[in-house]
Design a protein around this ligand. Structure first.
Ligand SMILES: *Cc1c(COP(=O)(O)O)cnc(C)c1O
Length: 395
């Protein structure tokens, strides 16, 4: 299909939830993508923080090909060996002893909301309410947009799911002040992604953990975007030296193969009993072999140290541009999750960078988000920083 043919068919048959697009990629390798004309792009968005190992990583591709010839899908009415192996591997590398597999971030958060409510219900306590944060993002199902405290994602979908309250992010005092006896959980991102790459103050996550302990609340961390090495640790909460009670993950778990998961402590897992929650595709053989290969690669000794080191290098390169460009308000981030806040609309800058062959994306109207594959080289980081420099210079 030519671009014009694709556009015409898309305009006729695809629901208009994404608006018009300019490009179609046909091939990827590492941090590089190619369009149908053979033009090469440097990918610093990674399909929105998904292909952390880079496009078509051989370990994942080999695992998929091999499994696709053996067995693609069976239901959870049977043991699924790679799923069990994946859960054990995730347990080895996290606080979470028990895992539930689903298909994406939103369904992981649905599971977390249901688990938190059931946990208190089974204890005979009425604590169904959940506090989430302003500028958060938790996905697009009805409960997830209710948890997502951004009016633009909720407009027109009311009535929303009852039992949600909102607090400002990185503001412990207000958070504590709104807790009522029916609150059972606090749910937040370790670093807010979609809402503008907001990194909380040092000590904030620890303080929220302490607050949850003091007020007998579950701490749910949405690590859908921050998970799997994005911030230079396997999970972002490791930077704070704390653990939640429930964690949700998705995006990078399968390096592009759709899979989400909820991990929790043994204690909290008692909220669910057989029949209380399920997913047809969740944890099937194909997606779990991809996730196994991904997590094994990410946890190879030295891999994450390298991510942290390159992330600092990248932030440093971007901070060097602040002096030169008055329209950069702030550079912030952790590891390879980096936001450049501008004093103006970022869309034209993102478009110019794309023209120069560098893919990045927005996080809200004023923040350029860089979430490259974690395998990018310093040379590629230099190219991305140069592209931003040039795009801002053209203004
Ligand atoms: C992307 C994202 C989600 C939603 O994930 P989907 O796979 O699109 O459902 C949830 N939470 C966070 C923090 C995300 O970044």
């Amino acid at each position: 299909m030519t671009m014009d043919e694709m556009k015409a068919l898309c305009d006729t048959h695809i629901l208009n939830t994404y608006g018009p697009r300019k490009l179609a990629f046909v091939r990827g390798e590492g941090a590089r993508l190619w369009d149908a004309d053979g033009r090469e792009y440097l990918d610093f968005f990674a399909g929105i923080a998904v292909v952390n190992l880079g496009h078509c990583h051989p370990a994942v591709t080999d695992a998929l090909c091999e499994q696709a010839r053996k067995l693609v899908h069976v239901s959870n009415l049977y043991y699924i060996e790679p799923q069990i192996e994946l859960a054990a591997l995730l347990a080895k590398h996290s606080f979470a002893q028990r895992w539930f597999f689903c298909n994406c971030g939103a369904t992981a958060n649905e599971a977390a909301i249901k688990l938190a409510r059931r946990y208190w219900w089974r204890k005979g306590q009425y604590k169904p309410s959940i506090i989430t944060m302003d500028h958060s993002f938790h996905g697009r199902t009805l409960a997830a947009i209710t948890a997502t405290a951004q009016p633009k994602y909720q407009e027109g979908f009311q009535p929303l799911v009852p039992g949600f309250m909102y607090a400002p992010y990185d503001d412990l005092e207000t958070l504590e002040s709104i807790i009522t006896p029916d609150v059972g959980a606090i749910m937040l991102e370790a670093v807010q992604g979609e809402g503008g790459v907001r990194v909380p103050s040092q000590g904030y996550l620890q303080a929220v953990r302490e607050l949850c302990d003091k007020r007998n609340l579950l701490l749910i961390l949405d690590e859908v975007q921050t998970g799997f090495g994005r911030t230079g640790k396997l999970f972002a909460h490791e930077h704070a030296g704390i653990a939640p009670d429930i964690m949700t993950v998705a995006k990078a778990l399968g390096n592009g193969v759709p899979i989400g998961a909820l991990g929790c402590t043994e204690e909290v897992s008692s909220g669910f009993s057989p029949g209380m929650h399920a997913s047809t595709f969740g944890g099937n053989p194909l997606c779990t072999v991809a996730a196994l290969a991904t997590v094994k690669t990410l946890t190879t000794p030295g891999f994450l140290d390298d991510v942290a080191e390159k992330g600092s290098y990248f932030i440093h390169s971007l901070k060097a541009l602040v002096k030169k460009h008055a329209d950069i308000a702030q550079v912030r981030g952790v590891g390879m999750m980096i936001g450049v806040e501008l004093t103006r609309d970022v869309a034209p800058i993102v478009a110019r960078m794309l023209e120069s062959g560098v893919i990045c994306g927005p996080a809200g109207p004023r923040v350029i988000r860089f979430v490259p594959p974690l395998i990018v080289t310093k040379e590629q980081i230099n190219r991305a920083a140069e592209s931003l420099d040039a795009a801002l210079g053209e203004a």
